[in-house]
Design a protein around this ligand. Structure first.
Ligand code: NAD
Ligand code: ISE
Length: 334
């Protein structure tokens, strides 16, 4: 069976996913697309080089008879509306992060999905599908470092044109999700510490930042968020356990000795660092969706990430340790 997909939002990542669904993966094809206007959707269809119909609105895509499942890759503030409409139409929906821009919005999706009685929603937290994080998790699960005690993460973008609190919401949301998955734990509090701002950052962005999360099982997690580190795209995670220390494996590159230096290359963009993770994430989603099964990060995971982002934003402004209080997890997501 080939899963026929409608995609809403044909910007940077929308086109990437159109390409991978039609040209890289098996069992799926994009048959419909929309953006803010018909022309934008048609231009993306032409650029990617696929046979698909352009629609004027995301709701038309969701309700199109030829569409079995929906992928939402439009701007964050539009996600809630489209995910709710897909649930209403009874169609499986893959939504890029964030699931919604507020925790309340995520809860509305959680409630709608439960009311529908079907597991329809997956959130695009692709790090759970990354080979490096999967290796680290396998080592942890087999007791390779004993009980984990401390995690030290770094999320560095070469340049990101963000303002305000966007780094805590749009960027670190990946750590908020992947560390819960890796450690099988939940957060209880957040603190955000600001060093002086890099002189290479423009506008009101406080960059870099240091986030400290405490977990229910008593771990401490630090996340250095640096959106304008200049030198590359660099994702780090060191786990300190009772009997050993494990590091997130890094992508391979050709070791080079040249001009009196011994060096390794550094990737410069998330698209390249996580290209394999996106492929695995979508292939597993397509396979599970075709079988009517649930797979991957749920609407509940989207909600927890949003609550964590909210607590971090509050902690940055209050300069206090802020609690992370979750609603009770519904049986549907246990
Ligand atoms: P983008 O600005 O390049 O593309 C967004 C597109 O959505 C634009 O083409 C815009 O015209 C369209 N759009 C806006 N409102 C719309 C509407 N009502 N209906 C249909 N289309 C609409 O942004 P992007 O970088 O492609 O990001 C899109 C989403 O993907 C964001 O939520 C972002 O956080 C997420 N993202 C995730 C990752 C990841 O690593 N998982 C990476 C990049 C982006
Ligand atoms: C982007 O939207 C992503 O999701 C990337 O994974 C992240 O590293 C980057 O900071 C975000 O802007």
């Amino acid at each position: 069976m080939t899963l026929s997909i409608g995609i809403i939002g044909t910007g940077a990542i929308g086109k990437e996913h159109m390409r991978r669904l039609n040209h890289t993966l098996k069992g799926a094809r994009v048959v419909a697309a929309s953006d803010v206007g018909l022309e934008q959707a048609q231009a993306a269809i032409d650029e990617v080089g696929i046979e698909a119909r352009a629609y004027a609105s995301g709701h038309d895509v969701i309700n199109a008879a030829e569409v079995d499942a929906v992928v939402v890759t439009s701007w964050g503030p539009t996600h809630e509306e489209f995910v709710l409409a897909a649930i209403e139409a009874g169609k499986p929906v893959f939504c890029e992060k964030p699931l919604a821009t507020t925790a309340e919005g995520c809860l509305r999706i959680v409630e709608a999905e439960i009311a529908s009685g079907r597991a329809l929603v997956q959130v695009g937290f692709m790090r759970r599908f990354d080979w490096a994080y999967r290796q680290l998790k396998a080592l942890l699960d087999e007791g390779g470092i004993g009980q984990p005690l401390i995690a030290k993460c770094a999320h560095r973008n070469a340049q990101a044109n963000f303002s305000g609190d966007a780094g805590l919401i749009d960027s670190c949301v990946h750590e908020f999700d992947v560390m819960r998955w890796l450690l099988e734990d939940d957060y209880v509090s957040a603190q955000v510490i600001q060093p002086r701002v890099s002189s290479l950052v423009e506008g009101d962005l406080q960059d870099p930042s240091l986030i400290i999360l405490r977990t229910r099982k008593g771990m401490v997690i630090t996340i250095e968020s640096f959106l304008n580190c200049q030198y590359g795209y660099d994702i780090r995670c060191e786990l300190v356990g009772e009997s050993g220390v494990a590091d997130l494996p890094q992508p391979a590159s050709v070791p080079l000795r040249h001009s009196a230096r011994d060096s390794l290359g550094v990737i410069t963009h998330w698209k390249d660092r996580f290209i394999d993770a996106f492929d695995v994430e979508f292939q597993e989603w397509v396979d599970a969706t075709a079988k009517g099964e649930r797979h991957g990060p749920t609407a509940w995971d989207g909600y927890v990430a949003a609550v964590t982002s909210d607590a971090c934003v509050k902690a940055r402004h209050s300069q206090q340790v802020e609690p992370i209080a979750l609603a009770e997890r519904p049986a549907f997501y246990r």
